[in-house]
Structure formats: C-alpha cells, structure tokens
Design a protein around this ligand. Structure first.
Ligand code: ADP
Length: 408
C-alpha cells in the first residue's frame, strides 16, 4: 500500500486528491481556489467531513505547503514521507509525449517549450510542480498529459491543410485534449462490448469544455479538439470549429485586435455568446424551455454539433459499437443526451430508453434500448484515478522492479 497524490492545477487553482494505492481508495480531496488573490478558498473533504477556510494563497508555493500541512493537521498522514508519488495533470504535451513521463529535467524543459501552445495551463503546471518539489523534495513525480492519448492519430487525421512548411516548422497540428478522460471512458466502456472484435467507441466528454473522440481497439483515431481546446464542438464559452475567415472578418468589422477577437472566441462565445444568458447549459436549457429564442438556438447548435461529430466518426470508424456520454453535461443532463439521440436515430438507428435516461444523473448506466443499433452508455469520467494509477505504476511498481533488477 502506498499514498499517491494527484494534482490538477490551473492559473489560480490547485485541485488535489490523495489515494491509497493500489486499492484506489480516496483518502481526501480538495481545492485551493483564488490563488494570487487576497481571499483564497481552501476546501478539503476527508472521510465524511468537509472543511472550508479562507486562507490567502499569494502563490502556488503557499498553496502546496498548506495542502500537505493540512493532511497532517487532519490526521490523514503522520509524516510527509508517507506520500510516495505525485501525478501532475498537464494540458499540453505536444508531439513529445504519447504516455505519462517521469517529471525529470527533460520533461520539465519540454513542458516549458510548449508554454506558447497552452500559455495559462502549462505555465501554471510548471509553477505547481516546482512548488511541490520544494515542499516534498524527495517525492518522485510524473506528468500525465491530456494530449498523450491522441498521439495515435494518423497524419491525415491530425494535419491541418495549411502550407506544409508551417506544419513542420512550428508543429502546427491537431493535438486534442481531455485524452486522459477519453482513455478512461474507452477502458470502462469496453465492458459493454464483450465478444466484439475491434470495438469502436465514440466518447463524448461534454462539460463546459467538450470534445468527442473516435476510438478503435482502445486507440484514438480522431478527436474533435485541435491545436488548442478552442476547436471541435461548440462549448460553454468557446466557438468550436468555424469557417476560419470569420476570425478575419470580425477583426475587420469590429476594429478589435486579433488578440481581442481570439479572447472573444474563447471566453464570450459558445452557449454564452449565442444565448446571451449564461455559459452554463442548465441556465440556457431552462431559458429554452420558456421559449427564449436565443437559448433555443444555442441548444440546437450544441446538439447538432455533437450529432455531426458522432456522424463523422461513425464514418471514420466504419461503424460504431458504443457511444459514451460523460463530464458535467454528458453525465448530468438527460435532455441533451435525449436530443442528441433523436438527431442520430433515423440515420444510425440509435434508440435510448427515455424514461431510464431521464433518471440518470452522475452515475453509470446503459441507456440504449436492446434494439438500438449502437449501445449508448453514461459513464462518469475519472481522470484523477488514471493519473494515480500511472504515478503508482511508474514511481512505485517501476521502482520496485528497478531495485529488483539491480539486485539480480
Ligand atoms: P469543465 O471540467 O470543462 O469545467 P465540467 O465537466 O465540470 O466542465 O462541466 C461543467 C458543465 O456541466 C456546467 O457548465 C453545466 O453546464 C453542466 N453541469 C454540471 N453539473 C450539472 C448538473 N447537475 N446538471 C446539469 N448540468 C450540469
């Protein structure tokens, strides 16, 4: 048994979970929010307790120290040395990483070189890695990349049709995102496909950020997000794919700078931009049910984009055995699942048990009817457990083997 911590850091937040491995028992979890602001929020859940306090975290270093100190104060561990490995979630691994990697100087340098592709995320991940290195200097760490699962795509699936010298010189291509989640969904989804040869899964990670992935035999063949998480289907505040000339046209008609329009496409578009109401699908659905026309339109675009990608990936995979819905909307919003299933019904023969579907929120279930041509499941995603498994296997089981082989 060993205690392994997972870290998911953003520019102003730091989410953590402490596991007992290999049992995958969660000992505690929590979040440091509003890092860098005077009034931080620290939440920690352990056993059946939940404590919320308002310390100030001037930086990630202070937050990291507070997290591990709180483990001792709350009796979750007795000594820092009980934490045997840390797994950090990293958003962008570029072309370098097709699997998790030990967080050594080389990995650090590569993540640093990828900061221009994910400025907010990768920079925050590095700050956080260095903060924990200072607090727990002897604890080994790994990096688990959101892009790694998508590295099995072929060039025809990941290359953008721009002048090829740009592709080569600047590594401009589709990297995708949410890879750890899609990998988890593929591994969990396989249980519904016993006896199916070369199982084909389309996984829909639909939260406030959203992506859809085509998976054959456990490997990603195509994914909707692109160079950055702006691509693919429409999202809470992001446009998803559009005619690229919209960008230039908006710059020219509004007089805004390219950067301002880029921020608009990332932060003021999607559900928020079309509905003018909210980036949260719950608010937009509520308004749509009252007949608010922009909310109705936002929902129509969203559902259609999901169905379009499923149709595209059905063709890409030469069929499909299972569609999985996951993440905030996919797990908790039966109306979106129902409306997408209706859009797929006449072409793909997808049928869901509508009554069962309406009762499924935040839990796993097979929601397709027995005569549906494609099975449809809701599977709550768990990116953290994937990171904890890799950290345990690479830092503890791997270390054990290394010691064993040295002893031989
Ligand atoms: P992200 O990780 O990209 O921030 P999440 O996967 O947490 O996003 O999804 C957040 C979105 O999921 C919210 O904006 C909301 O639209 C939707 N959502 C979350 N919880 C629920 C719920 N209980 N019922 C319906 N929709 C929900």
């Amino acid at each position: 048994m060993a205690k392994v911590m997972t870290i998911n850091s953003g520019s102003s937040s730091l989410k953590f979970k402490l596991y007992e491995m290999p049992e995958e028992k969660v000992l505690c979890s929590g979040n440091c929010e509003r890092i860098g602001l005077p009034d931080g929020i620290f939440t920690i859940k352990y056993g059946d307790k939940k404590d919320v306090t308002n310390p100030s975290f001037p930086n990630h270093g202070v937050a990291a120290k507070l997290v591990v100190q709180s483990f001792i104060e709350k009796g979750i561990i007795k000594d820092f040395n009980e934490i045997k490995a840390i797994g950090h979630r990293i958003v962008q691994g570029g072309k370098y990483f097709s699997a998790s990697a030990m967080f050594d100087a080389d990995t650090e340098a590569k993540i640093e070189s990828l900061v221009p592709l994910a400025p907010l995320h990768n920079a925050a991940h590095l700050t956080c890695f260095r903060a924990f290195k200072e607090v727990l200097p002897n604890c080994p760490a790994i990096a688990t990349f959101d892009t790694a699962f998508h590295q099995t795509m072929s060039p025809a699936d990941y290359t953008f049709p721009i002048p090829y010298e740009l592709t080569e010189k600047y590594d401009i291509r589709r990297y995708g995102a949410h890879g750890t989640s899609h990998k988890y969904l593929a591994q969990e989804g396989i249980k519904y496909l016993e006896g199916v040869k070369n199982p084909r899964i389309i996984s829909c990670h639909i939260g406030s950020g959203a992506s859809i992935t085509a998976i054959e035999n456990g490997k990603c063949v195509a994914t909707s997000m692109g160079l950055t998480p702006l691509g693919g289907i429409m999202m809470g505040t992001r446009t998803g794919d559009m005619d690229p000339s919209v960008f230039n046209y908006v710059v020219s008609v509004t007089g805004k700078s390219a950067e301002e329009v880029y921020q608009m496409f990332n932060k003021k578009s999607g559900f928020l931009g079309v509905s003018g109401i909210s980036n949260d699908s719950r608010d937009v659905l509520a308004a749509a049910e009252k007949g608010e026309p922009h909310a109705v339109l936002a929902n129509q675009i969203f559902n259609r984009r999901i169905a379009d990608f499923i149709g595209q990936y059905y063709v890409r995979l030469g069929g499909c055995d299972l569609i999985v819905f996951s993440a905030g909307i996919g797990e908790n919003e039966p109306r979106t699942r129902r409306d997408v299933a209706h859009l797929l019904e006449s072409a793909l023969g997808v049928k869901i048990d509508e009554e069962l579907n309406m009762s499924i929120r935040g839990k796993e279930a097979l929601i397709s009817t027995p005569d549906s041509k494609i099975k449809v499941a809701v599977i709550p995603t768990d990116e953290e457990v994937m990171i904890a498994r890799d950290a345990y296997n690479m830092c503890i089981v791997g270390k054990y083997y290394e010691i064993e082989s040295k002893n031989c």
